[in-house]
Design a protein around this ligand. Structure first.
Ligand code: NDP
Length: 386
């Protein structure tokens, strides 16, 4: 009998369940690298395509957990020491949280979570957990690797085109009854022939490169290791040994590396000064990879022609966060990895991990971030404690 504390984003303001736009979603059985999609045993507690990432959706976990005698608490109240999250944390065995509405598991909170054995990320990116503290306390950290990687890659392609072609301001003009073509096009360019570079070329970064190839752009990447030679050749990639080298030659830069102490604020005034004037920056990785105020300065000076992303720090972002009002931006709340399609996969993966955990089977190595006191599986490849 365990207590599972699950923090999810609030229900739609328009009520739950929403009126769905479509009746089904495509069935995906395998990810691009051959990894199989989540395969929990028995019934899913939801129909794929339903909104299950919010509080009332409960990731569809209640039928399985209650059938096995476990207690499930679901809340979106996570912000301060009196929050429902903090009240339940001391006797929770499992915490489930989403990057979109993260319950920050700081070292202080981990010290209070005396029974906690498993910190599960419903989605990808476990930087809201202090991974070092989790390792020191013997807590396993896991996430559903690949579940929403393509969801994010598609979002990046949308943001690249939106910024370069000036889609959002032109749409706004149309909404307001205007027909001001000159205003629409005075910041509108073709992507064709531009140089696009991604800092981080893992599951998402590589998927973005593949998707942009048919646009006849020059493709660049930086990561600490090279991609396989056949991939470099097929996509005609230029590798850069440092992010500084990459940003100097690119018109569009995409951030797709994990957040850990040594990547925090990697994009600051100095990095922006190296870029060509008018560079576009896309960030769907993590907000704290960028110096918040340096982004604003670079947009205001025109050093950056545009910035788009869905990741902020903290989350939810306060109403007066400067990224809401800075010029030439296409920000949204953190949504790219929580499409209804992505949700179906990360909820099924969450169920698979819980079943393995409670029924004594090993969790897939590709889902592990921290285990047995150290970075493990995907976590060992993706994160560092420093
Ligand atoms: P991967 O682990 O597959 O890829 C990460 C890439 O970053 C690898 O190419 C890695 O290569 C590179 N990298 C790691 N450290 C550095 C560094 N210090 N400098 C340069 N490159 C580095 O992760 P994913 O592609 O699956 O996801 C990337 C990130 O996207 C996640 O960590 C998460 O933060 C975010 N994300 C956001 C979502 C959203 O909804 N907006 C949803 C899913 C993920 P190498 O090891 O060779 O350096």
């Amino acid at each position: 009998m365990a207590k599972i504390l699950c923090v999810l984003y609030p229900d739609p303001k328009t009520g739950y369940p929403p009126k769905y736009a479509r009746d089904d979603i495509p069935v995906i059985s395998v990810y691009p690298n051959g990894q199989t999609v989540p395969s929990p045993r028995g019934e899913l507690g939801f129909k794929p395509g339903e909104l299950i990432g919010c509080v009332s959706g409960e990731l569809g976990l209640r039928p399985y957990l209650e059938a096995h005698g476990h207690e499930l608490i679901v809340t979106s109240d996570k912000e301060d020491a009196n929050s429902e999250f903090d009240r339940h944390l001391p006797d929770a065995d499992v915490v489930i949280s989403q990057p979109f509405w993260p319950a920050y598991l700081t070292a202080e909170r981990i010290a209070k979570a005396r029974k906690l054995k498993l910190a599960l990320t419903a989605g990808i990116g476990s930087d809201h957990v202090d991974l070092k503290a989790a390792a020191e306390h013997g807590i396993t950290v896991a996430e559903e690797t690949f579940s929403n990687s393509i969801s994010v890659a598609e979002h990046v392609v949308m943001m690249v085109l939106s910024l370069v072609r000036n889609y959002l301001p032109a749409h706004e003009i149309a909404n307001k009854g205007g027909w001001d073509i000159a205003d629409c096009v005075s910041r509108s360019y073709d992507l064709e022939g531009m140089h696009f570079g991604t800092v981080g070329s893992g599951r998402i970064g590589l998927a973005v490169l593949k998707r942009l190839k048919p646009f006849d752009v020059h493709l660049h990447y930086h990561s600490r290791h090279h991609l396989p030679a056949d991939v470099e050749k097929e996509l005609n990639l230029t590798y850069h040994a440092t992010p500084q080298e990459l940003v100097k030659v690119c018109d569009v830069v995409n951030l797709q590396m994990p957040l850990y102490p040594s990547t925090e604020k990697m994009f600051d005034d100095r990095m922006f000064a190296l870029m060509k004037r008018g560079t576009y920056l896309i960030n769907t990785a993590r907000g704290a990879l960028c110096d918040r105020d340096a982004v604003v300065r670079a947009l205001e000076s025109g050093q950056l022609a545009g910035y788009a992303g869905d990741v902020w720090f903290p989350q939810p972002a306060p109403a007066d966060h400067p990224w809401r009002t800075m010029p030439n931006q296409g920000m949204t709340p953190h949504m790219s990895g929580s499409s209804l399609s992505g949700q179906a996969r990360y909820a099924a993966g969450t169920l698979e991990i819980l079943q393995d955990f409670f029924e004594g089977r090993p969790i897939r190595p590709e889902y592990l971030i921290v285990d047995r006191g150290q970075l493990a599986g995907t976590g060992a490849a993706s994160y560092k404690f420093t």
